[in-house]
Every structure is written in C-alpha cells, then in structure tokens.
Ligand binder design. Sequence first.
Ligand code: NAG
Length: 297
Amino acid sequence: MVQNTVLPALGFSWLAFASPLTKRVLSPDNTCGGANGYTCNPNSVGGGSCCSASGQCGYTAAFCGTGCQSAFGKCFGTSPAATQSGGVYNVALGTGETASYTNANTFNFAGASALPAGLVASNYQIGDASTKPYSRTFLPEDVIVSGGGYMQLKIPGGQTTAPLKCAQVVTAATNIKYASVRTTAIFSSVAGSCHGIFFYANDNQELDIEYLTNSSSTSNPGDGSKPMQYTNQPTSTTTNGAHDTAPSPSDATTVAHEYRMDWVAGKTLFYLDGVLQKVFTVSVPSVPGPWMWNNWA
Ligand SMILES: *[C@@H]1O[C@H](CO)[C@@H](O)[C@H](O)[C@H]1NC(C)=O
C-alpha cells in the first residue's frame, strides 16, 4: 500500500521538473548557448542544428563533434528510434516536424550467414558491350554475409573486362512510398567505386545518398575531399535545388556512421549521425518503389 501511493507522486515530480527545461528560444542569428541560451534552429540559413563549443550553429564536425553543446542543439549520435502510437510509427524530423509511417523493418546482420528475409541480392546487368566506359553486372556472389555483423557489397579488384562485377541488394518490398531509412555503414577506402543508398522507381523518381571513393573523380570537388552526395534525381538537368554535397565523416572508411534519408510528401531530408545536413523540396518522388544499397564501378 505504501508503494502504491509513493510511485504516482514520483511521476508527478518528474513532469514538474521537465517543463522549465524544455523552454527554449530558437536562435535568431545562429549563435547558441552563452548568455542568451539560444538553441540552434535547424531551418536557419547559414546555420545548422548543432551548437559548437564557441557558441555557433552549424552541421559539420566542427559544430557537431568534439565540444558540441547538446543542451543547445543536436550533436553527432544516432537518430532517435521511431515511437509507436495509434498503429503508426512516428519519426521526429530534423526540422522539428513529425512524420508518421505505417510499417517498420530492421535488417540486422549480427550473427547472420545469409541475407535476412526482406532483402534480395540483385542479379542483372546494366548496359552491354557498347556501353562506355563499362557496363556492369550485379552478382549475388558479391553480396557477402558471413558474420562480423555486417553485409559486404564487394567489387572484386583487378577487373579489366566488362561487364564489371558489382554488388547490390534491394528490399523485397516494392511498394515503399515515403520512408525514414537509416543505414549504418563503413565506406571503402579503395578509389574507383560509388556507394549508393537509394530509392529507385525510375530515372526521374529516385533519391540518392552517394559516396564516391575516388577523391580525384570529376564528380568530387577536386580538393581531395569525398563529400556526401545527396540527390533527388531531377526530370531536367537544369533543375536547381535537387542536388548538393555535405561533409562526410573524416573517418568514414574506418568507423561505422549512420547515413539517413527521410522522404515525406514534397520533401526529402538527409542526415549524418542523426544531424540534419540538407533538405530538398524539388523533384521529390511521388510513386512507390523499392529501397536499394549498392557498390558499383
Ligand atoms: C580517379 O579519377 C580520376 C579522374 O577521373 C581517374 O583518372 C582515375 O583513373 C580514377 N582512379 C580510379 C582508381 O578509378
């Protein structure tokens, strides 16, 4: 009887303490913390959702990494799990909105020796002998699940003839329309491949997170960096606002990071380690399709 009266009282005191802490003022000028105690506004131009040690808002490692002030914004970590209510999964978007989805699935490779149900290894060729510079073929043998907690998408080295052997997996579900997809991955340090984490219905209904492992690739900036490449594949090459780059982790090829894309009606959001990096509102797909992960050359 004593415990029954004490426990609800504890619950009330938690709520009472919580409300002053949630009183936050969004930064009007991309400064944060300090005397004003501003919280970073993820929607602010020139800012970002992380508060650096020196009190400036941004979204790169300088703001979200060492010294990041979690009391005044986001810091690199992992995205919060979806919460379930009323038969849907609610996901907090980096912009402060909430999206609801009807299904959820997790593919975990820990202890697995084969692809889990719901993922299919691709087995087809793109292009033929006339394709320049090379056609490619996705082979199930290059999708390797052999313990260690990861699936490997392998491009065998030393290839000199087309089609080049590449690797890809696709969701068995082809009716995905809107999604929040988080992929924990370690990228390759070997130059010459493209890692793709993407939605694909057709060439104009496509969303991509890509990483090009060759720092000299003409699709990389040319300053030695290999940034994240985010794209809503446009219907026209003159479409603005459907592609951008953002800094990738400096240790992307040795440490697992979380790469995330949220797709809602009219908007796509791209995240690194739970921190929003880019938002696009043009060329947003409107038809269902599968999700894909590949490594190609
Ligand atoms: C990297 O890109 C440069 C520029 O396109 C190219 O010359 C070089 O062959 C590429 N290296 C690899 C390993 O693909």
